[in-house]
Design a protein around this ligand. Structure first.
Ligand SMILES: [Zn+2]
Ligand SMILES: [Zn+2]
Length: 402
């Protein structure tokens, strides 16, 4: 999810070197190699020589979360995926603190990220394709002028129409300098340690945020499980979610990208989701997009069937178990059709309500009752999928035991 911070590569610069590799990107090398090296030397040196106050440590942690959440809640879920709508005040907040994360403007970041989703794992089109390896997807992609880094905003007309996005894009360099140098200087002055402020709140906080964000492109495509889909390399990983402000449930995210949640269960660590919920409660966010639970259950069960069928292919499974599996699959298909019918009924009713004046005269009680019936049936279907998942899992165990 992270992007080249200051300059994008013009198309004319992408000619290969004699080694066959594209030329290096000096600005990005200074930022992604130079700054971490400087931090490695200077931060401990100042620590030994002078020490850091608790105030500076806590402020650095606060800045880390403000930057991180502005990338995940703003750049990612709001602007790249339109997973909810945000009040202008919240959007300005995300635009400022997102610029402080030094991962390029919302426009560049968002258009790159949409390409990542559309062409995930495609080495020719996904800017940080995991197919090119862990290092490339982590930060290698930013260090050279690869063709896949060329600016292309054709997938982001909505972002180009957003005045806050365009304002941030035009003043990006100034904003990122203010957020990364100006504010840490101010904090340092306030805490009585200007150098300490620059090193801890400015430098170290920036590097840590860079790498935890980069984990989403790299580790979250290599390490973890795939409960919802195996059609791309994205993985769910609770430990990574803890480091990445909730973005570690990347398998879920790649299949349901328009959902404002990544950790869809209440107990899954997703501070970005909690922040959006809090903003909705405060009236700063609205139209939070949730994928129907049935769809989520459906994809988990579809994966189970896939695994069970693979197991059947590989092992000499007895005929009765094969038949049971196929019968379960038929039930699954029936449930999907029933769900589609119920959704169509809901939709028809809504259209009817709009177009037919008679519908307005229908007794409110009857309408409520009908809605409740459809809702109950949908819930029953959801429950039946959960039960079926358990049966298929038991069936898989039986097949293993044979
Ligand atoms: Zn991804
Ligand atoms: Zn995404």
């Amino acid at each position: 999810m992270a992007q080249t911070p200051l300059t994008q590569t013009p198309a004319t610069n992408t000619a290969s070197l004699p080694s066959g590799k594209p030329p290096l990107n000096p600005v990005n090398i200074a930022i992604f190699v130079g700054l971490p090296l400087a931090a490695l030397v200077l931060v401990p040196l100042w620590g030994v020589y002078h020490g850091y106050s608790a105030t500076l440590w806590w402020t650095a942690l606060l800045f880390l979360y403000l930057n991180g959440l502005s990338i995940t809640g703003g750049y990612h879920r709001l602007w790249s995926h339109n997973a909810y709508q945000a009040h202008p005040l919240l959007r300005i907040f995300f635009a400022l603190w997102g610029a402080g994360a030094l991962q390029n403007s919302i426009l560049v970041w968002g258009s790159d990220h949409r390409r990542h989703h559309r062409h995930v794992d495609d080495n020719e089109q996904d800017p940080y394709s995991a197919g090119r390896g862990l290092w490339f997807s982590h930060m290698g992609w930013m260090l050279r002028k690869y063709n896949t880094n060329e600016e292309d905003f054709s997938n982001s007309p909505d972002l180009q129409r957003d005045p806050i996005v365009m304002w941030q894009h035009r003043h990006y360099v100034l904003l990122t300098v203010i957020m990364n140098v100006g504010l840490p200087l101010l904090v340092g002055w306030w805490a009585g340690d200007v150098i300490g402020g620059l090193l801890l709140v400015g430098l170290l906080r920036l590097i840590v945020n860079h790498h935890v964000t980069f984990f989403i492109n790299s580790l979250a495509h290599f390490w973890g499980n795939q409960p919802y889909t195996d059609e791309n390399s994205a993985r769910d990983n609770g430990f990574l979610a803890f480091l990445t402000y909730g973005e570690g449930y990347h398998n879920f995210h790649h299949i349901f990208q328009s959902d404002y949640r990544n950790g869809v269960r209440w107990y899954q660590w997703d501070p970005t989701k909690w922040l959006i919920n809090l903003c909705a409660w405060l009236g700063l966010a609205s139209k939070l997009n949730r994928v129907p639970n049935f769809k989520i259950q459906q994809s988990i069960l579809a994966m189970r069937f896939k695994q069970a069928r693979d197991q059947v292919e590989q092992a000499d499974t007895p005929q009765p178990l094969r038949e049971t599996l196929e019968a379960e699959y038929q039930l699954f298909m029936d449930a999907l059709n029933r769900w589609k019918d119920l959704q169509a009924q809901r939709y028809e009713r809504r259209v009817g309500e709009l177009g037919d004046a008679l519908a307005e005269k229908r007794s409110r009680l009857l309408e409520k009752w009908e809605r409740a019936t459809v809702r109950t049936r949908l819930r029953e279907l959801e429950y039946s999928l959960k039960m079926q998942r358990k049966r298929v899992e038991i069936l898989m165990l039986q097949m293993q035991a044979v």
